[in-house]
Design a binder for this molecule. Structure first.
Ligand code: PA5
Length: 419
């Protein structure tokens, strides 16, 4: 389906300026890498953790962990033999079973904790921190345990800030002008990723490249980012599409989907409006949600991610006396077949009346097409598009009053003093 919209570039420029000037808009400057001292400290502490720990447990929820997890999984660091220090993620649920699995993994291993909470009072990570801190003290004793706790939190106040100060934990700041879901390019994301051996300079370089190519105010007419932000609002406002589905063919990007959903869901879903962010991983979901995408209610639009193909892909092997009807694919790389599946899906969904948007980010040097450069680009791309889009909806992209509501109700039920 083709929609023609007139993009208002003057309005786009105004919105970008507004976002930059917003007290919570400091994430916009992060790609410029102004805080070199902080970056140097991140690398230095990460080196120490790599030397003394097999695992770093990242304790946080929502924006305090999803960015790091998205990049870590996308780069396949958990299965890479070269990863000196693997990451585990805790404090994002209240499941005792999940936490027991983490404790089991840590048995007989060296580990450190990175507790990440801007407010310092979020219940889920606070509980996980207590439990894991106990395990840390049991293994190393109180003094050494304190050397193995790194807190990333508000620079001025809060329970975690105060505890860190009292116990002399190593600390990193969540800058006051950066909210959780916009914080992956601060120490919130960069520190654990550096521990796992991710090239954080390249991540920032990718974000910088996005900023330079997509947000230069005298060249907005060529910006895919502005086109995307305005088109999704147009599809919502004019065509009744209130669901956006992020789609790609890369299983390693499952957590990138989660990060993306949190970014858009918490930023836009306010005042009884906003586009509901959903996601699929094809081909898996072509055999489940694919039916709905093709034939279900037409209130959906789809945003595809497309990457450079892997450099040395598997190919379909030859087989004597084959019965599987695959001989016509003999010798073909899986990347080529996957690319055809993507084109076919685009065509099929187009004829099914779905508006599609393709975001193509190519790093031709990267072995797997998905690299730090690509991820940095996409992170900044979606953060900015989301902030512009939320402004078009007339809502504040940087608050989350709805999330606070459940916390208050839970505190009441649990009998927290003062609630
Ligand atoms: O994006 C956000 O602001 C939220 O998702 C927070 O990151 C999340 O609620 C965790 O908050 P905190 O870092 O204060 O523990």
């Amino acid at each position: 389906m083709r929609n023609t919209i007139d993009l208002d570039y003057g309005l786009a420029a105004e919105l970008i300026e507004e976002i930059k000037d917003d007290p919570m808009g400091d994430w916009f400057d992060l790609p410029d890498g102004a805080n070199q001292d902080e970056l140097a400290k991140i690398k230095e502490v990460a080196r120490k953790v790599q030397e003394n720990s097999d695992y770093l447990v990242c304790i946080g929820i929502g924006g305090s962990y999803l960015g790091a997890r998205a990049v870590y999984e996308a780069l396949d660091k958990s299965t890479d033999d070269k990863t000196k220090c693997k990451l585990l993620f805790a404090g994002n649920s209240l499941s005792s079973k999940e936490l027991k699995k983490i404790l089991k993994t840590l048995e007989g291993k060296d580990f450190s904790l990175n507790v990440i909470s801007k407010s310092g009072t979020t219940t889920e990570p606070a509980i996980a921190f207590r439990i894991l801190k106990n395990a840390l003290i049991k293994k190393y004793g109180e003094k050494e345990a304190k050397n193995r706790i790194i807190a990333t939190t508000d620079p001025e106040s809060g329970a975690l800030h105060d505890e860190s100060l009292e116990n002399g934990y190593e600390t990193f700041e969540v800058p006051l002008g950066v909210g959780g879901r916009y914080s992956v390019l601060t120490a919130v994301g960069l520190f654990p990723l550096a521990c796992a051996g991710v090239d954080i300079d390249k991540l920032l370089e990718g974000a910088r490249h996005c900023k330079e190519t997509q947000l230069s105010l005298d060249n907005l007419e060529d910006s895919m980012l502005v086109e995307y932000a305005f088109s999704r609002f147009y599809l919502y406002d004019e065509c009744g599409c209130d669901v956006e589905v992020l789609a790609h063919f890369e299983p390693s990007l499952v957590y990138f989907n989660e990060w993306w959903k949190q970014l858009f869901g918490e930023s836009e879903g306010k005042d009884k409006q906003g586009i509901f962010p959903a996601s699929v991983v094809y081909s898996t979901d072509l055999h489940s949600l694919g039916q709905y995408m093709q034939d279900g209610r037409r209130n959906i639009f789809e945003t595809f991610l497309r990457f450079s193909p892997e450099k040395s892909p598997l190919t379909v092997p030859a087989e004597k006396n084959s019965k599987d009807g695959l001989d016509y694919l003999e010798g073909k790389p899986l990347t080529e077949i996957s690319e055809k599946a993507l084109e076919a899906t685009l065509k099929a969904h187009d004829t099914g009346g779905i508006s599609t948007f393709v975001i193509e980010v190519r790093d031709t040097e990267a072995e797997f097409g998905i690299s730090e450069l690509v991820l940095g680009f996409l992170i900044f791309f979606f953060e900015t598009a989301c902030a512009i889009s939320a402004r078009l909806h007339g809502v504040d992209p940087f608050d989350q009053p709805g999330v606070e509501k459940y916390k208050k109700e839970m505190f009441k039920l649990l009998g927290k003093p003062g609630f």
